[in-house]
Design a protein around this ligand. Structure first.
Ligand code: ZN
Length: 257
């Protein structure tokens, strides 16, 4: 059994604002440490529950934030920019874990809510339904027949995950108190919950179906700024000066941000 863990930074325990997740932030060094520790806890729980391999994806921003030399020796890591491919190597995996995720753009009360870019994207819709990174990534994996078994982060992203992915296990490691504040568990308690949730998710993976959205797939994006829509791209329909959409055979092909 091969588990893919896609790691983002906003939903990692101990992270409570932009100062942690920006590379020029005052607390970025601490966040990298928490990010790496949390991947280790999750991966070790995967192995404990019977996984043969763990492939992790450093998924925050540029994809180069993990402290590679502190990773559990059994973890393989994908780092760097992979262009429009959201989940490289996902077809090799039996199940997907979304670790350290955050709620979709516009979720009031959620910590560091955004969808792909807090600077440029106002909203996204998948087949007409408001969607964030959890829904899109689970649907990309679903097109490959891979179930998303666990989502972790604040209470808001856990609820969003349950809305999108029937049967998914969630692990709340903090509560959002607005965009730049959170009520945190201690590190030992957050890690204890994460380990238990990971083992539970792996044991239940057979009962959690892949997220299958109706095809063809339409992904619509509303940008924040004028003059920022991608005019002239093949297959991209412009709806108005702030909004465009793309329809394609799969979620991955429809993804255009
Ligand atoms: Zn991120």
């Amino acid at each position: 059994m091969r588990i893919c863990i896609f790691v983002d930074m906003e939903g990692i325990s101990g992270v409570s604002g932009s100062d942690f997740v920006r590379t020029d932030g005052r607390l970025y060094g601490s966040a990298r440490k928490y990010y790496t520790q949390e991947l280790n806890v999750c991966a070790q729980a995967c192995f404990k529950a019977g996984a043969d391999a763990v492939l992790a994806r450093d998924g925050h921003g540029s994809g180069n934030h993990m402290l590679w030399d502190e990773l559990d020796a059994r973890v393989e890591l994908i780092q760097g920019a992979t262009g429009p491919v959201r989940l490289p190597e996902i077809s090799e995996c039996d199940a997907l874990i979304l670790l350290g995720y955050h709620a979709m753009a516009g979720t009031a009360g959620a910590l560091l809510e955004h969808t792909y870019s807090s600077a440029s994207i106002q909203n996204m819709w998948l087949n007409g339904r408001p969607v964030g990174e959890v829904g899109i990534d689970a649907a990309v994996a679903g097109d490959y027949g891979v179930p998303t078994i666990l989502v972790t982060g604040d209470d808001y992203v856990c609820r969003e995950a349950q809305d999108w992915i029937p049967g998914v296990v969630t692990c709340e490691v903090k509560k959002g108190l607005g965009c730049q504040a959170a009520r945190l568990l201690s590190r030992p308690e957050a890690h204890r919950r994460l380990e238990a949730a990971t083992i539970d998710a792996i044991q239940r993976r057979g009962q959690i179906p892949p997220l299958r959205v109706p095809h063809p797939v339409t992904l619509r994006t509303e940008v924040m700024e004028r003059c920022a829509i991608p005019v002239g791209h093949l297959g991209v329909r412009i709806l108005d000066g702030r909004t465009y959409e793309k329809t394609a055979a799969t979620v991955e092909e429809a993804f255009f941000v």
